[in-house]
Each structure stands twice: as C-alpha cells, then as structure tokens.
Design a protein around this ligand. Structure first.
Ligand code: SF4
Length: 190
C-alpha cells in the first residue's frame, strides 16, 4: 500500500483522540472515516482509501514502526472466518449504537456517558471538556459510542502492530473486508 503524505496522515487519528477532550461531540468525525472509504470505492471501483488516504493505517505505522516485532501475521488472523467475524462484530456494534441511541432519545434508557472497550467493558473515566455545547443527550450518548468504537479498534490495532507488523490490523479491518467483498461481487457481475 502506498499512503500519500504518510508523515502527516497519522496526525488526523492522533488529533481525533485529542479533540474529544475539546468536546466529546467531535467524535462524530468518525463518520468521515466510516463513510468515505465506501464513497471512494463506489466512485473509483478500487480501495482508494486504503491505498492513499487512511489515517489509521498511517497512525499504526507511525506508532509501532520502531517497536513492531516484525513477526509475520499468523495465518489464522486473516482467515476468512476471523475476517467475517470482525465484520459481524462491526455491524453488531453499529446496530447496538443505533438502537441504544434511539432508546435514549425516547427517554427509555439512561445515556452511557463513558467510553467502553469491546462494547462490554466500561472505561470509568470522565473526559474533561474544554468547550461545553448545548446538545441533546442522545447525541452525547452516540458520541461516546463512536469514541468507544474508534478506541477499541485503535487499541487492538496497536496491540497487533506491536506484536506483529505495524499494519496487521489491515488484515482484519472490516472496511477492507467489506470493500473486498463488494469488489468481488462487482467482478462476478462483469
Ligand atoms: S484496511 Fe482499514 S486500517 Fe487498513 S488502510 Fe484500509 S481502512 Fe485503513
């Protein structure tokens, strides 16, 4: 892969985790990273995001390059079953996020105002907020859920990056798996 402006791209991911201390609602920027890869895939019919623009891949490279063990990624990690499992987890996470946000908006559930690791494990921290915005509580709940998803995948990506090669996360990244599946379906149609 060939990330353009490699030395700067990683700062977008680093900034994301700083901006949530300015205001948690800035975690909505995660939607940009979730949607843009598929817009570019649809437009270019190839994985432009992965090849040129992904700030997360750049972040993993930057953070782990000097300390990565450089061991090859074990085969099981990029087996179809594991890749598909991560996709299901990703879709399940989005579903829980949408359902819980709706419940909070309807007043049927208390908002969860802290990040979680892997959906299940609360990280009991109160994020200091530099700016206070008057936003509906459901949006604050959603903001923490988005941060949780970004935080979880970043922690796992860093772990894999140190344990194996810097961009090991890319082997199981749901964006890549879903993009590959879309490209394969398209090729079968031709
Ligand atoms: S596989 Fe995922 S982390 Fe890797 S470059 Fe593509 S979108 Fe980024």
């Amino acid at each position: 892969m060939n990330l353009k402006n490699h030395t700067l791209l990683w700062t977008f991911t680093a900034s994301y985790f700083v901006l949530v201390f300015v205001n948690i609602h800035l975690s909505f920027l995660a939607f940009f990273c979730l949607i843009t890869p598929f817009v570019l895939l649809w437009k270019d019919r190839r994985k432009t995001w992965c090849q040129y623009y992904c700030p997360r891949a750049s972040f993993f490279t930057r953070m782990t390059a000097k300390k990565a063990s450089d061991k090859p990624i074990p085969r099981w990690l990029f087996s179809p079953k594991v890749k598909q499992g991560v996709v299901y987890y990703f879709l399940f996470n989005l579903m829980i996020m949408a359902a819980s946000t709706t419940q909070v908006a309807l007043g049927k559930m208390a908002p969860m105002l802290m990040p979680r690791f892997l959906i299940l494990f609360p990280i009991p921290v109160t994020l200091p907020q530099l700016l206070t915005w008057n936003m509906p509580i459901w949006s604050t709940h959603l903001a923490y859920r988005l941060l949780s998803m970004m935080l979880t995948t970043t922690i796992i990506g860093l772990y894999l990056g140190f344990k194996y090669r810097s961009r090991s996360w890319c082997a199981i990244c749901p964006v890549a798996t879903l993009s590959d599946q879309a490209l394969q379906k398209q090729a079968e149609k031709v």
